[in-house]
Design a protein around this ligand. Structure first.
Ligand code: ATP
Ligand code: MG
Length: 219
């Protein structure tokens, strides 16, 4: 599959896969299977030279960076933590939208605890984003890296605050937490391997253009 007539697309299952389907359709690409019900990690499409690989959301930039996939779709949260090396990011696809927020237990005095010079314990899956945010405010932080269920950390005294993605706020509310600071608006972007864009330009550019048309953007 590594010759210049074939394309491999890296996607994560769940919301990114679901929200990417209409974009793929706009480019004339239909997956042969649904990754939710199939256990396959490599999925064919209606086009014999295009396949999908199903990877963890946080692994999409890595597959594309090393050229194991020619392009993929990843959240701005994941791309910021990854750093973006070797990736061309031509399009914000405006899918999987949410917000990166600071949240604390209800009743916790965040205003007092986040004054410059104070020290705050912050649990997060996003240590770089969190560190940069608090450095910008002059607040000293001890970052505690977690891989999931950040909401638990303040409830059991692991941290004072969390930095996490919020969409409806339902999970925060169910756990007696509240969002106290907005860090960034998040959506997913198209990421293309820089070398692939050159050697597979004839195959890739029409797909990028079709995605741009579908999201109403200029590529
Ligand atoms: P998992 O949930 O399987 O542990 P994950 O959290 O890495 O994996 P997803 O939940 O599918 O993967 O999230 C993929 C991307 O979707 C995230 O990187 C983020 O950009 C975006 N996202 C995450 N949570 C939400 C949400 N609640 N609403 C909208 N977009 C979200
Ligand atoms: Mg998730």
């Amino acid at each position: 599959m590594s010759d210049n007539n074939h394309l491999t697309i890296a996607l994560s299952k769940g919301r990114i896969f679901d929200e990417t389907l209409p974009l793929l359709a706009a480019a004339g690409i239909t997956p042969a299977e649904e990754p939710g019900s199939s256990r396959k990690l490599i999925i064919g499409t209606n086009l014999p030279n295009i396949r999908l690989v199903i990877v963890r959301a946080t692994d999409v930039p890595t597959y594309v960076q090393y050229g194991a996939a020619d392009f993929g779709i990843a959240g701005k949260d994941v791309l910021t933590e990854h750093g973006g090396d070797g990736l061309y990011q031509p399009l914000d696809l405006q899918i999987a939208k949410c917000r990166m927020m600071v949240a604390v237990q209800k009743g916790f005095d965040y205003t007092a605890a986040s004054q410059p010079g104070r020290r705050l314990r912050v649990a997060t899956k996003y240590p770089d984003i969190a560190a940069e945010h608090f450095a910008g405010k002059g607040v000293h932080v001890d970052i505690i890296k977690l891989y999931g269920s950040m909401e638990l950390a303040p409830l059991v005294g692991l941290s004072d605050a969390i930095v996490d993605l919020v969409s409806t706020g339902g999970t925060l509310k169910a756990n007696n937490l509240e969002a106290v600071e907005h860090i960034a608006d998040i959506s997913s972007r198209l990421v293309v391997n820089k070398a692939a864009l050159k050697v597979k330009y004839a195959l890739l550019q029409p797909i990028i253009d079709a995605f741009a048309g579908a999201v109403g953007a200029e590529a």
